[in-house]
Design a protein around this ligand. Structure first.
Ligand SMILES: Cc1cc2nc3c(=O)[nH]c(=O)nc-3n(C[C@H](O)[C@H](O)[C@H](O)COP(=O)(O)OP(=O)(O)OC[C@H]3O[C@@H](n4cnc5c(N)ncnc54)[C@H](O)[C@@H]3O)c2cc1C
Length: 552
């Protein structure tokens, strides 16, 4: 098989090692707390990270442009690592990556040669200007205009940009902006330098979290950019260019959710290992570990398996993984939020104070389920596309995945593959039922189907990873197998609950036929497998708790 795109693992390890050293040296905890408290953007640190000495941005730039040519897996690993240190600083990097992407995916060769090289060699801070005061989730509602400026021969030589961009990360500190504006041919990206006359920066936002990042509005008043700075040299392809990168930028934000959530949870685990109450350590208490620690550790591990698998698919050249990007973002950011919230509680009163950092992680991670498409937008995408795919393939889409898990269950009986296969088949039947009964016209039905699809698809990736670890003889195999069994059972339980809501939540009791059909489906989903499947759930969680008590 062809080697997937990206760095050799040793090289990625080196990048991570360098990053850790810089964080240790230049971003100790007191410094992070100070940046947060005083609302300071650490310009010197960002410049250092972009300097030839560190060159962190080179990971997402192609070798041809002087970058390292990192793949999606590399970028996700670095993203998770950065988010575990400081999500504000990580966000500044995300914006540089996002701002560069339209050129990377849509630029003509001369644009790539010029701008990507400059970003690589000069370490330019880039900003991505898409959102507007009245165009957030619905980007297509943008109002910023790009009017062509013609020469005497009627040739378009420049564009004049007018409008306001809202919530732009690096807005006040960037040297380069990629701005989405409406040209006569439709939304298009333009490359705009900071010192272009007419570009100014609005007020800095006073934010709930990620206070070390700089967020401002960007005002464009008759900003004239040469036609050579229309990305791709063609009008009207801006939304397509933005969509083309969602597969991996959303994966990157998913990795942020994992990094922040895990960092908070790790602190809770360390705390629970030393804190005594009622005569024993907190971590020894079943109700503490199985409620506040283990479920979140499992959910994060499952999300990581999904991100890794999807990143590898991207690195192997698979196209059109936007839905997978949405699933990764939705699961990992919501999980990161839940984990950070539980970690705060796990530290009791100390968790509620700033000094212990968990409070900061909890505030910071909240942004991950808002930017790069809110959770509700991800649910809309997942629900809509999985519904279409399932009906188009007459159920084959999930049936094929379920059959592969049946196969996995034969070789690895202890990773929960059987339960995941049942969840996937149940999901398929539920989608087809909702389609036939025209229930998918309800947004809440689509959202619930999205939740079920997300859980089941993440469970499938987790089971595959657990099986691989067992095959490789990894010391992590037993804890991951137990965690995967827990997750798989939960996928099946969630399916039954969610399916019930989908098929009955909008049904009137007087609709006798509808109720009968809904019952039929529920009977199909509700064999004794569920109860059987739940047997030993908490025992498996105990195995994971033991891993948390004893692992380094
Ligand atoms: C700190 C920060 C940094 C950011 N950085 C950047 C950046 O660098 N570049 C950039 O271009 N943008 C950036 N953004 C903007 C961000 O991507 C948007 O805020 C986000 O996409 C949501 O848009 P909105 O704020 O207009 O909310 P809205 O779109 O108005 O959404 C409000 C609420 O309605 C829900 N909603 C919207 N549509 C639907 C629907 N169809 N069905 C159900 N519910 C719906 C949303 O989920 C949300 O809960 C940033 C935002 C923040 C806060």
């Amino acid at each position: 098989m062809e080697r997937p795109a990206g760095l050799a693992p040793e090289m990625t390890d080196m990048v991570i090692q360098t990053l850790r050293q810089v964080v240790q040296r230049e971003l100790p905890e007191e410094k992070r707390l100070e940046l947060d408290r005083e609302d300071i953007f650490p310009l010197d640190l960002i410049r250092h990270l972009l300097s030839p000495e560190v060159g962190l941005h080179l990971i997402f730039l192609p070798e041809a442009a002087g970058g390292l040519g990192g793949g999606a897996r590399d970028i996700c690993r670095v993203s998770e690592e950065m988010a575990a240190a400081d999500l504000g600083v990580a966000t500044a990097f995300l914006a540089i990556c996002l701002g560069t992407d339209p050129i990377l995916v849509g630029g003509v060769q001369e644009q790539k040669d010029l701008w990507l090289r400059r970003i690589a060699s000069e370490g330019l801070i880039v900003a991505y200007g898409v959102t507007e005061p009245e165009a957030g989730s619905n980007v297509a509602a943008l109002k910023t205009t790009a009017d062509p400026v013609k020469d005497d021969a009627g040739q378009v030589v420049a564009y004049r940009l007018n409008g306001v961009k809202q919530f732009i990360t690096n807005g006040g500190v960037a040297q380069l902006y990629t701005i989405l504006a409406k040209a006569p041919g439709g939304p298009s990206f333009f490359i705009v330098e900071r010192d272009t006359p007419g570009l100014s920066v609005g007020k800095k936002e006073d934010k709930h979290g990620i206070r070390a990042s700089n967020t401002t509005s960007v005002i464009l008043e008759d900003v004239e950019v040469p036609a050579s700075q229309l990305v791709g040299g063609e009008e009207g392809v801006g939304l397509k260019q933005a969509n083309a990168v969602f597969g991996y930028t959303r994966l990157m934000v998913g990795a942020f959710g994992l990094g922040s959530g895990q960092a908070a949870l790790d602190r809770a685990v360390s705390y629970a290992r030393t804190r005594q109450q009622f005569g024993s350590l907190l971590i020894e208490k079943e109700g503490y570990s199985l409620k506040l620690l283990v479920p979140h550790w499992i959910d994060l591990a499952a999300g990581r398996a999904y991100v890794e698998e999807t990143a590898l698919r991207i690195d192997r050249g698979e196209q059109d993984l936007q839905v997978e990007g949405s699933i990764a973002k939705y699961w990992c950011t919501e999980t990161g939020n839940r984990a950070a919230d539980a970690a705060l509680g796990a530290l009791g009163g100390y968790g509620y104070t700033r000094e212990y950092m968990v409070e900061k992680f909890r505030r910071d991670v909240r942004i991950t389920s808002i930017y790069e498409g809110t959770s509700e937008i991800q649910q809309s995408i997942i629900g809509l596309f999985r519904w279409k795919e399932t009906t188009r393939s007459k159920g084959a889409f999930y049936e094929e995945q379920a059959a592969a898990l049946d196969e996995l269950a034969r070789t690895h009986a202890d990773v929960g593959a059987e339960a995941v296969a049942a969840a996937l088949r149940g999901l398929s039947a539920t989608i087809l039922h909702c389609h036939e009964r025209r229930l998918t016209r309800h947004q809440m039905v689509l959202f619930t189907l999205a939740d079920l699809a997300t859980r089941a698809e993440v469970a499938a990736a987790f089971a595959r990873q657990a099986a691989r670890l067992a095959t490789d003889g990894s010391p992590l195999a037993p804890s991951h197998a137990a965690a995967s069994r827990v997750f798989a059972r939960q996928a099946l339980a969630q399916l039954r609950g969610g399916a019930g809501l989908c098929v009955a939540g909008f049904l009137e009791v007087s609709d006798a036929e509808g109720l009968a059909r809904a019952r039929e489906l529920m009977d199909r989903l509700g064999d004794d497998r569920d109860l059987k499947g739940r047997a030993g759930l908490w025992q498996d969680m105990e195995l994971v708790a033991e891993h948390l008590r004893t692992s380094a």
